[in-house]
Write a protein that binds this ligand. Structure first.
Ligand SMILES: [Zn+2]
Length: 244
């Protein structure tokens, strides 16, 4: 279990393989973040969602081994620390991505909240984070996102989240935390709701993130030719290589 290394998208943290990804305005962006400006300002993660880290997260979520949250919290704190110099306000509202109440009852805890509380013990931003554990609520159960297209994921999550008290986030910077970032659909939907409630900027930190693997994906991106040739710039072909 070690931190993510290599060239990453400055916005969403996705791994970048393309030699054309470096842009003039502040570092490399993945094809997706160049096509669509994300609702959140930046997402960071500690490690890749695989191997021992994936097992540790499963141990907490599905095995109910709560002490695992302490280790995961220290990792989350490392990820959060990467954001501190970008915070513009002296204090930032820390919101864990919520579970639907029936699911939380069934599990006995919200893993995102446990990990957030554990991360705060490491004091990653020297007292600048204010946890508001119930600031976001999940209003309904959502179907599993596995196997859904990005459009279906957005539809699946529409209206799933609400801000419990808009006074907490109006005019404020918010840091959303979760255990895993997969496609970003969940945090993007939370960020949309927070922006509507008046949050000025939304940051995202997760313990783990799914990353493109060079062996599984070959990303062929064409460089921008000029202003008029936006279509060429946005044309990204994701070719899944046949493995095995
Ligand atoms: Zn990106």
């Amino acid at each position: 279990m070690h931190p993510i290394e290599g060239s990453l998208c400055v916005v969403c943290g996705e791994r970048i393989w393309s030699p054309y990804a470096v842009t003039a305005d502040g570092g490399p962006r993945c094809g997706l973040c160049r096509r669509i400006e994300p609702v959140f300002a930046r997402a960071v993660a500690y490690g890749s969602y695989e191997g021992g880290l994936r097992e540790l997260i499963h141990l907490l979520k599905y095995g109910g081994v709560c002490p695992a949250a302490n280790v995961l919290g220290r990792m989350l704190a490392e990820a959060i620390a990467k954001l501190e110099r970008e915070f513009q306000q002296p204090s930032v509202v820390l919101l864990p991505v919520p579970l639907y109440r029936a699911k939380r009852r069934q599990r006995g805890f919200n893993q995102a909240e446990l990990i957030a509380r554990a991360a705060l013990k490491s004091n990653p931003c020297r007292g600048r984070l204010r946890l508001c554990a119930a600031g976001l609520v999940r209003q309904r159960e959502t179907a599993s996102q596995i196997g859904l297209t990005s459009h279906q994921r957005r539809e699946n999550l529409r209206g799933a989240f609400a801000v419990s008290d808009s006074e907490v986030v109006r005019g404020r910077e918010v840091l959303l935390v979760d255990d895993v970032y997969t496609t970003g659909a969940t945090v993007s939907e939370c960020a949309r709701v927070l922006r509507r409630a008046g949050a000025t900027k939304i940051w995202v930190a997760t313990v783990a993130r799914t990353l493109k693997n060079s062996a599984q994906y070959a990303e062929i991106e064409r460089p921008a030719v000029g202003e008029d040739n936006e279509a060429a710039d946005t044309q990204t072909v994701l070719a899944r290589a046949v493995v095995g």
